[in-house]
Design a protein around this ligand. Structure first.
Ligand code: BGC
Length: 764
């Protein structure tokens, strides 16, 4: 390595061994200036071809996460050696990354190190809950920690860039990728985006345990029409700014290193070619200095969108719009040189894109040591450790949401006489790993059955039957899934064991790959065989606890009416079964709250708590002419923010420090929360506001604050929230983020349907 490093130093005088990182502002500034001047010098000696090379991201063919490209490995390798590639994706392991990095270091003229990107979404090998599930914890520290562990494992294996977090807001359970985000709310989404970025990036990108993060998909990908992946998005300017952009803005402010553009079009313009979004808003208005990578081939897909004639035209549109790096699209390498030579693209745009990419490489410390993320010892010792698995179990149980608990059927006693553990997911060791599983080993999760067996006393009789199957074919990230929609033969066996058990635990829901990319569905109900299984078991034993495992909100209205206990466990990761058992048997008192509304019926979609009032919000006259469905309620089955505990919390003494405030001022809202039950428990205290009259119509409620508290039985805590101009700002009819004068209502409670409120006003 020494010779290689010397080589870099001799050939490129701009490299130098970095000074120690320091917290002091002056040193930070100096460091920034010194990186800037190194980039200036480097850019000045780069040929146009070499600069374009930095803008190219190739798939390593180890793993394919999109339609395979047409360039074979040999050709790719040659391009690498000639400085024609700036980054690779899906190349994992110390050996794999070293091999490619050394090709660049040995053969390319300027020896600019490669970035190695990978979808480290919810863990690398130790798997944490899927992001939607983890968001249900509302526990920012826990979320930050899981991202930090994922970063530690990935960087031990050569990776220095993750394509996460996905910060797309979505109100559509049909969209398979809803599992990858933080749900429906921009405020919660922004907080979680920042926690994940801080976890991945750590305090300093140059630390070899931190990764460059990537906020994606810019923008509005979660608003695909009909919930169909990659579909058209039509969204108004105000909705875009008020709902979609806040998590991206928070990510930019938190210093996310990169962002990824989206596959979809936004009102007629593909996001990847969208200048207003990328160059005007993200780079200019927000003054963000990271780089934008396209999504997989999304530059060349502008041809299919009908927005570009060919790859060359697509390259022109994308680079002008501000997209810096081409992921597997082959458009930049095909077109940029020609476009610059013909004067269609200003070389300054290429320089700017290359500079942004080089900056991240400097920030990551790659110019100091291109192999700093490829360390055999770390790879051997720091991945899938006992400690990481323990952390996964901890986040997993924090992510569980107790949806229903009639007559306190839960927690179960550990000396219950007999338990029938039934359902297609009861002993599934793979589904809990979920989609986007990075380097997880198939079938490596602790199944629910295993978790239960470990948790209960030896004397408990445990019986198990699958009942019905869920998926019938091979589980595969890239192939269509075969789902059992008919076979119910196993129900008889399940009914037999249910009859004789004191309690039934029924694990139903969705396969690992029923959600995720390319996995949209028109239905969000359980499969018919699973519904039949539930009905048959319920006929013989009413003591049922339903354990849901799923990547999207499910419409389980019939089951919710009957089953006394329902626990939402998402796809919880490596320690799933243990974490669920912790909750079922009361070793952990559940505290999760839904980050997304659960519809009663797929026909209610899009359904979200922060909706508008409409001009006909109620049926005061008892007539039909109000905004409603004639065959279903308007309300969600389980609303945003909902989640029960084994104890109860009472909210009282809601106080506001003053009835109004003016510009620059603030008021404080406080509420006393008391644990009125018999157990210690955690509660997410939520604060919502309603802006009564605005220059634009405003949502009936908007989350503006939350605090996770823990209380011993009988104890109280007064929780306070500050309300200032920032709390009530929005993107107004004047096309500015500002607070408008007027009357507001503030609500506090344990879910979005809280009615405990008080009014206040703001005067400019
Ligand atoms: C996805 C991205 C992902 C990329 C690389 C695309 O298909 O939309 O989210 O990061 O593939 O795997």
């Amino acid at each position: 390595m020494f010779t290689i490093l010397m080589g870099i130093l001799l050939l490129n005088p701009l490299n130098s061994f970095s000074q120690d990182s320091t917290k002091s502002n002056t040193l930070e500034m100096n460091k920034k200036d010194s990186i800037e001047s190194k980039i200036d010098s480097l850019i000045s000696i780069m040929t146009l071809k070499e600069k374009i090379g930095q803008l190219v991201l190739y798939n390593g063919s180890w793993d394919v996460t999109g339609p395979p490209s047409d360039v074979g490995n040999k050709e790719k390798f040659e391009k690498l050696k000639n400085g024609g590639v700036g980054a690779m994706l899906n190349v994992t392991s110390v050996a794999g990354t070293k091999e490619l990095q050394s090709a660049v270091m040995k053969h390319s003229r300027l020896k600019i190190p490669l970035l190695f990107g990978y979808d480290v979404i919810h863990g690398y090998k130790t798997i944490f809950p899927i992001p939607l599930g983890e968001s249900a914890s509302w526990d920012l520290e826990a979320i930050k920690k899981s991202s930090a562990i994922a970063a530690k494992e990935a960087t031990a294996s050569g990776i220095n860039w993750t394509f996460a977090p996905m910060v797309d807001i979505s109100r559509d359970a049909r969209w398979g990728r809803i599992m990858e985000g933080a749900g429906e709310d921009p405020f919660l989404g922004a907080k979680i985006a920042v926690a994940r970025i801080q976890g991945f990036q750590g305090d300093d990108l140059a630390d070899n345990t931190s990764l460059a993060a990537c906020a994606k998909h810019f923008a509005a990908y979660g608003f695909a029409e009909g919930g169909r992946d990659y579909n058209t998005v039509s969204i108004g300017e105000y909705e875009l700014h008020n709902t979609i952009l806040p998590p991206f803005k928070a990510a930019a402010k938190a210093g996310v290193a990169t962002m990824m553009s989206a596959f979809n079009e936004v009102d007629g313009i593909p996001a990847t070619g969208h200048k207003e979004l990328q160059r005007d808003i993200l780079k200019d208005a927000w003054n963000w200095d990271g780089f934008i990578v396209s999504d997989w081939a999304s530059i060349s897909e502008m041809i299919f969108h009908g927005y570009a004639e060919d790859k060359i035209h697509a390259a022109e549109r994308a680079i002008i719009a501000g997209n810096d790096m081409d992921m597997e699209g082959r458009a930049y390498e095909a077109g940029l040189e020609k476009l610059v030579k013909e004067g269609k693209v200003d070389e300054k745009l290429i320089d700017d894109a290359a500079r942004r990419i080089l900056k991240i490489k400097y920030d990551l410390g790659l110019f100091d040591d291109p192999y700093r993320y490829s360390d055999e010892t770390r790879e051997k010792n720091e991945i899938y450790t006992k400690e990481n698995l323990e952390a996964s179990r901890d986040v997993a149980r924090k992510s569980i949401v107790l949806l229903k608990n009639d007559k306190d059927i839960l927690p179960l006693k550990k000396d219950v006489k007999s338990i029938a553990v039934i359902g297609p997911l009861a002993n599934d060791k793979d589904t809990p790993i979920g989609s986007w599983r990075a380097m997880a080993t198939a079938n490596s999760a602790v199944s629910l059955l295993e978790g239960i067996k470990t948790a209960v006393n030896k004397s408990v009789k445990i019986s198990h039957a699958q009942g019905v199957a869920l998926g019938t074919g091979e589980r595969n990230f890239i192939k269509e899934l075969a789902i059992n929609r008919e076979d119910t033969k196993g129900i008889t066996e399940a009914v037999n064991i249910a009859k004789n058990a004191e309690v039934v635990i029924l694990a139903i829901g969705e396969e690992a790959f029923q959600s995720g990319e390319g996995r949209s569905q028109v239905g969000i109900e359980l499969t018919i065989p699973q519904q039949k299984l539930f009905e048959a078991v319920w006929e013989v034993n009413k003591n049922i606890v339903v354990v849901l495992m799923n990547g999207r909100p499910l419409a389980i209205t019939n089951i919710a009416e009957k089953a006394p206990g329902i626990v939402e466990t998402w796809h919880l990761g490596s320690e799933s079964g243990n974490a669920i058992a912790d909750v079922l048997f009361g070793d952990y008192n559940p505290s999760g709250k839904l980050p997304v509304s659960f519809p009663r019926d797929v026909g209610q979609i899009p359904i979200y708590y922060n909706a508008k009032n409409t001009g006909r919000p109620s049926n005061a006259e008892g007539l039909v002419f109000w905004s409603h469905y004639t065959d279903e309620k308007n309300e969600a089955l389980f609303p945003f923010g909902h989640g029960l505990s084994y104890t109860t919390f009472q909210y009282k003494s809601l106080k506001i420090s003053a009835p109004s405030f003016s510009s620059g001022g603030e008021i404080t809202v406080s509420v006393t929360v008391t644990n009125t039950g018999k157990r210690k428990g955690k509660e997410v205290v939520q604060l919502y506001i309603r802006d009564l009259i605005g220059s634009l119509t405003r949502p009936i409620k908007e989350l503006k604050g939350f605090e996770l508290i823990e209380l011993e039985p009988g104890k109280s805590k007064t929780v306070s929230f500050i309300i200032n101009e920032e709390t009530i700002q929005f993107y107004t009819a004047d096309k500015k983020w500002e607070a408008e004068q007027g009357d507001f209502k503030v609500f506090v409670g344990g879910s979005s349907i809280t009615e405990l409120g008080v009014g206040f006003s703001f005067n400019k």
